[in-house]
Design a protein around this ligand. Structure first.
Ligand code: SIN
Length: 486
């Protein structure tokens, strides 16, 4: 290991199974690199389906007692975990930036976001109430219990290496489930730091296991084939989500999916343009445009498009690009060369079909996977950038003539995760919010994520909701008990 945090006890290179730090059975390791510099940070156990099977066995064993723990006991451990994570915010944030690339300020805010799920679900654990139903027969009493579903397998992406894990694991553990987590191979260190802090917080052995590995298919197969796994929760691409859902069908496993987006960001003619520019920057360029809820298509009323474009380009041109560890950086590198190539292809396709580049458009002079914050104008629906999820720092602007047309363009996609719109009219606020076919709608804001509210998509953007009171219910089974009392 050769990086600033190498001696921190939060940095671990082995998987975490049944409360033990464990090498891969095969002895294999995988590289973890800093996307800002390309430097090798360390090597981490490259676990396989067999290792995942051991983790599932440990989780199943732990479930036999964890499911009978008191809600107050589970709440106490989650509270400790939340406190320890917040106490270690700086170290975990630096680790996160080192392996993921986002600016340190964003990593700090992700650590707080991740910790917030632990706090929220420590409280929700105590409110998983059942029901007593009015009976249909005087000799009987009817009761509904909520019980934990069992072992949960989670598969999470590299864009939020801490928060995507805690958004699944905290409600699962709060409900009395046990978990095997497969983090993204690019960002295992943050996941292993969470496991380290979980152990310190008092999680019993086997309640939370981490299986890092390159062979996502082998680990996912272990999850979908093993009868001990009752549920899978996945955040990632729609294509992979469909495969997992099909695989879950074989044994009728529960599945929650948080998949790709294609978020419209609509600016009506009465919008406060200064506020719209700020929201557009936050929504589009957070995490270098690599979030599922990033604004993907800017739809601007033709009457205000020039005014918006000039303000927006001025703000985008001021964004500073660089290594996320350097103070004052707004945009880090993209995660990989492949991600950069996709963005380049979308830009050249758009330019061939008539779009113009208002700023950026190219790789950054810093080299590697740094890319210039980019704004495209005169975009139309025939361009790839208007229909595909970009997952990069490119803001394509198209225009509309009426509210109906804006809503029609916005809804013309199989994705339905997040949508944003700016208007000062209350009447339009209701009309547009009700018509947008999206699970999350931001009105006059570009930032919508919080542990308090349900996060999830419609159509092919996913199934189920994470966060909020709703986010814990997916980790529970309902059991109806009919009791003859006389
Ligand atoms: C995601 O990109 O999937 C999550 C983004 C968020 O929670 O804000």
């Amino acid at each position: 290991m050769n990086f600033e945090l190498a001696s921190s006890e939060l940095v671990n290179q082995r998987g975490y199974i049944g409360g033990e730090w464990t090498n891969a059975r095969s002895g294999k390791e995988m590289e973890v690199r800093n996307p800002a510099t390309g430097e090798l940070l360390t090597r981490v156990a490259d676990m396989s389906g067999e290792d995942a099977a051991s983790a599932i066995a440990a989780a199943a064993h732990a479930f036999s007692s964890w499911k009978f723990s008191l809600a107050s006991e589970r709440a106490a451990v989650l509270k400790n975990w939340n406190r320890l994570l917040l106490e270690n915010e700086e170290v975990v944030a630096r680790l996160l930036t080192l392996e993921q690339g986002k600016p340190l300020a964003e990593s700090r805010s992700e650590v707080r976001y991740a910790a917030a799920f632990m706090e929220w679900y420590s409280e929700e654990a105590k409110r998983l109430n059942g029901e007593i139903l009015p009976t249909y027969d005087k000799t009987k009493r009817l009761l509904v219990l909520r019980q934990p579903v069992g072992v949960v397998g989670t598969i999470t992406p590299w864009n939020f290496p801490a928060a995507m894990i805690t958004r699944k694991v905290a409600p699962a553990i709060a409900a009395g489930c046990t978990v095997v987590s497969k983090p993204a191979p690019q960002t295992p260190l943050t996941a292993l730091a969470l496991a380290y802090l979980g152990e310190k917080a008092g999680l019993p052995a086997g309640v939370f296991n981490v299986v890092p590995g390159l062979d996502a298919i082998a680990i996912a197969d272990a999850f979908t084939n093993d009868e001990h796994v009752a549920k899978i929760s996945f955040t990632g691409s729609t294509a992979v989500g469909k495969k997992l859902m099909a695989a879950c069908a074989r044994k009728i496993k529960r599945i929650s999916l948080e998949l790709g987006g294609n978020a419209p960001f609509i600016i009506f003619d009465d919008a406060d343009l200064e506020a719209a520019v700020l929201g557009a920057i936050q929504s589009k360029f957070r995490n270098t445009g690599q979030t599922c809820v990033c604004a993907n298509r800017f739809l601007v009323d033709r009457k205000v498009v020039k005014a918006f474009e000039s303000r927006f380009v001025e703000a985008v041109s001021k964004l500073s690009v660089g290594n996320g560890l350097v103070a004052g950086i707004d945009q880090g590198p993209m995660i990989s060369e492949e991600a950069v190539r996709k963005v380049e292809e979308q830009i050249s396709d758009a330019c061939r079909k008539g779009a113009s580049v208002l700023c950026g458009g190219h790789r950054h002079s810093l080299g590697g996977s740094f890319f210039q914050p980019t704004v495209l104008s005169d975009v139309n629906p025939s361009m790839r950038v208007a229909s595909e999820e970009t997952f990069g720092p490119v803001a394509p602007i198209q225009t509309f003539e009426s509210d109906e047309q804006a809503i029609e363009i916005a809804n013309d996609t199989r994705a339905g995760l997040a949508a944003y719109f700016y208007t000062q009219s209350i009447e339009r606020y209701w009309r547009v919010s009700e018509r947008l076919e999206y699970g999350i709608v931001g009105h006059n804001t570009g930032l919508i994520s919080t542990e308090i509210a349900p996060f999830g998509g419609m159509k092919e953007s996913g199934l189920g909701r994470e966060g909020s009171h709703h986010g814990i219910l997916d980790y529970t089974e309902l059991k109806y008990i009919c009791s003859r009392v006389s």
